[in-house]
Design a protein around this ligand. Structure first.
Ligand SMILES: Nc1ncnc2c1ncn2[C@@H]1O[C@H](COP(=O)(O)OP(=O)(O)OP(=O)(O)O)[C@@H](O)[C@H]1O
Ligand SMILES: [Mg+2]
Length: 175
């Protein structure tokens, strides 16, 4: 596979699901940028994966796809960061959430059910209080700088989103 290519391995296609392999942070960002370009107001993307898997890296791409330049920061010390591009991006990181009730207490619902694009790292910590319809992105380590990204659509909007991403085929990463 040429460097910079993100293509679905054979057998990874299933309705409402898309499996991709990233060989470099750049690939992950390109996939994010494609997502950012296709994003609609009210979208919710839940990112799940170990420390350093690439959740923030993917979000940087989403920001770029929304027309937000140079978004390099991880929100680890704040729970939510607001950025403004074609649509607002609400980038949340639930890593430091001690108790799921904090989602209510911190007023995160305003973002989650708002009119921006909500990207939530460590979403598994708040799953019970997060919207049932969402795009789930699971990132797993492969060897070295390889990552496996599994996208699962829950709900019609997200099945359409995955179909639109997939339509580009090997071009899913936006090149
Ligand atoms: N294919 C790849 N995709 C994404 N990141 C990669 C890849 N290969 C190596 N990396 C590196 O892995 C790290 C991913 O860091 P990132 O902050 O995005 O992870 P994270 O999942 O947000 O972690 P955390 O749980 O701490 O928030 C970066 O240092 C990045 O350069
Ligand atoms: Mg992160």
């Amino acid at each position: 596979m040429p460097p910079g290519d993100v293509s679905p391995p054979a057998g990874s296609k299933k309705k409402g699901q898309l499996g991709l392999t990233s060989r470099h942070p750049r690939d992950t960002q390109r996939l994010g940028a494609r997502l950012g370009e296709l994003a609609q107001a009210g979208d919710v993307y839940l990112l799940v994966g170990n420390l350093g898997a690439g959740k923030t890296c993917l979000t940087q791409g989403i920001a770029r796809g929304l027309g937000i330049e140079d978004y390099a920061l991880s929100p680890s010390f704040v729970i939510v960061r607001e950025l403004y591009g074609r649509l607002p991006l609400y980038h949340m990181d639930l890593y430091r959430l001690d108790d799921i009730a904090e989602i209510d207490e911190l007023g995160l619902d305003e973002y989650i059910y708002g009119n921006g694009v909500c990207v939530i790292e460590w979403a598994e910590k708040g799953l019970a209080l997060l919207p049932p319809e969402h795009l789930l992105v699971q990132i797993d380590y492969l060897e070295d700088s390889g990552r496996r990204l599994k996208l699962t659509a829950i709900g019609r909007r997200y099945r359409e989103l995955i179909a639109a991403l997939d339509k580009g085929g090997a071009d899913a990463a936006g090149h």
